[in-house]
Write a protein that binds this ligand. Structure first.
Ligand SMILES: Cc1cc2nc3c(=O)[nH]c(=O)nc-3n(C[C@H](O)[C@H](O)[C@H](O)COP(=O)(O)O)c2cc1C
Length: 369
C-alpha cells in the first residue's frame, strides 16, 4: 500500500513528507524532483513568497545509492523565508490575527481548535504544504515512467478568459503549456489571461480558473467497481479536491455529457483488427465502472479565486465582535498554473498507488514481472 503524510508550517523551518510503500530498487532522480518543484513555483500571478523560496528536496531516508530500499522515504524542503520569521516565531511579538478572511480556513479553524489567533490555522492551511505533494508526486511519476504512464496538464481558463484548445495530442498540449507562463496552449488566450491577472493585481483582487490533467499510457483495470472506496474516479477526484482552492472536478467532459443523450456521449467500441477494441472518442475520460479503461485519464479542475486580496473584504474581529476589514497578508494573485502542477502530482500519486495495488511486489523488478 502506498501512502504519505506531510508536516510543517508555511513559515516554519521546513516541510517534511514521509512516503511509505514505494517498491525497492526504484532509481530516485532528485534533480527531476527539483524540476517539478520549480514548475510549481513558477507561473504568472504568483506573489512575493516565490521570489524568496528556491525549493529543493533533500532525501533523508529510504534511499541508498540513489535507489529506494523499500523503507519509508523521508524528504524535506527548506523554507528560506524561515530566516525572516525565526526570531518572531520563538518570541511573543507575533500579533494575533483576529479578523478571519472570508474563503480561507481562518474562521472554521479558529472555532474548531478553540483559537483566538488565526495564525496557527493559516500556517498549516497554506498551500505552501503542496510543495511536499509535488515532491511526492515526482516520486510517483518516476515509478509510473517504468510502466509508460505519463501525466501532464494545461490551463484552459483564468478569470473568465477561456482558451481555445487545439485538437492536438496530450503530449503536444503539454509541450505548448510548458512554454507558457500561464501554462495555456492557446497563445492569444494566454495573452488575455496575463492581462486579466495584471488587471486583478492592480485592483487588489484575485482570480481563479480551470486546468486539465491527463494521464496517458494507463493500463486497463486500475481501481475497481466492486467496492465504493476502490472506484478510481472517486479516489482521483478526492485527491484533486484536497488541493487548496479547488472547488470543482469532472472526469472527462462530465457536465457537458449531462446535457446530451446517451448515444451522443458513450464512446463506441470498434474492432482493432487484432481481436481487441479501439475507440475514436474519450468522453468517459478514461474511466468506466470506477476502473481505467485504457483511454487517457482526463480530469478537469475548477479553482476559486484565492481568498487573500489587497482590497479589503468585510469581516468581523472575533475578539471584539465588531465589524472589521480583512488586512492584507502577502499573497498570490492567481495560482491556477501552479495548481495544475500540483494536480499532476496528485493524479500521479493515485495512479501509482493503484498500480502498486494491482501489480503487488516489494521491488520494482517484482512489480515489472
Ligand atoms: C499553489 C497555491 C497557492 C495559494 N496561495 C494562496 C495565497 O497566497 N493566498 C491565499 O489566500 N490563498 C492561497 N491559496 C488558496 C488557499 O490555500 C485556500 O483557499 C485556503 O487554504 C482555504 O481552502 P479552500 O479554498 O480549499 O476552502 C493557494 C492555493 C494554491 C493551490
Amino acid at each position: 500500500m502506498l501512502r504519505f503524510l506531510t508536516a510543517g508550517e508555511s513559515h516554519g523551518p521546513c516541510l517534511t513528507a514521509i512516503v511509505e510503500g514505494l517498491p525497492a530498487g526504484l532509481a530516485v532522480d532528485t534533480e527531476a524532483i527539483n524540476r517539478e518543484l520549480a514548475r510549481r513555483q513558477s507561473g504568472y500571478g504568483r506573489g512575493g513568497r516565490m521570489d524568496i523560496e528556491r525549493d529543493k528536496a533533500e532525501i533523508l531516508g529510504g534511499v541508498i545509492s540513489r535507489h529506494t530500499t523499500g523503507a519509508p522515504v523521508a524528504l524535506r524542503i527548506a523554507n528560506l523565508d524561515w530566516s525572516n520569521w525565526r526570531d518572531r516565531w520563538a518570541g511573543e511579538d507575533l500579533p494575533p490575527l483576529t479578523v478571519p478572511r472570508p474563503g480561507h480556513a481562518d474562521y472554521a479553524g479558529m472555532v474548531k481548535y478553540d483559537l483566538r489567533d488565526a495564525r496557527p490555522v493559516l500556517e498549516r492551511a497554506s498551500a505552501r504544504e503542496t510543495a511536499c505533494r509535488v515532491a511526492v508526486g515526482a516520486l510517483a511519476k518516476q515509478l509510473l515512467a517504468h510502466f509508460d504512464v505519463t501525466v501532464g496538464s494545461y490551463v484552459t481558463d483564468i478569470g473568465g478568459v477561456p482558451a481555445k484548445i487545439p485538437r492536438l495530442s496530450p503530449q503536444e498540449l503539454w509541450a505548448q503549456a510548458e512554454s507558457s507562463d500561464v501554462r495555456c496552449p492557446d497563445v492569444d488566450a494566454a495573452k488575455r489571461m496575463r492581462e486579466a491577472i495584471d488587471s486583478a493585481r492592480s485592483d487588489g483582487d484575485s482570480l481563479g480558473g480551470v486546468f486539465v490533467v491527463t494521464a496517458t499510457g494507463v493500463p486497463v483495470g486500475l481501481g475497481s467497481h466492486v467496492q465504493w472506496d476502490r472506484r478510481l474516479d472517486a479516489r482521483l477526484t478526492a485527491a484533486i479536491m484536497s488541493i487548496p482552492a479547488v472547488k470543482g472536478v469532472e472526469i472527462g467532459p462530465a457536465f457537458d455529457n449531462s446535457r446530451r443523450r446517451g448515444t451522443q456521449v458513450h464512446d463506441a467500441f470498434h474492432p482493432n483488427g487484432k481481436g481487441g477494441i479501439t475507440r475514436r472518442t474519450n468522453r468517459a475520460g478514461g474511466i468506466e465502472g470506477g476502473m481505467t479503461n485504457g483511454m487517457p485519464v482526463t480530469v478537469r479542475v475548477a479553482l476559486k479565486p484565492i481568498p487573500t486580496t489587497v482590497a479589503p473584504q468585510s469581516s468581523v474581529d472575533l475578539t471584539s465582535g465588531e465589524p472589521a476589514q480583512t488586512q492584507y497578508q502577502r499573497s498570490d494573485v492567481c495560482v491556477v498554473p501552479a495548481a495544475s502542477v500540483i494536480g499532476e502530482a496528485m493524479i500521479a500519486w493515485v495512479l501509482a498507488a493503484a498500480l502498486v495495488e494491482k501489480l503487488g511486489g516489494d521491488s520494482l523488478a517484482e512489480m515489472a514481472r
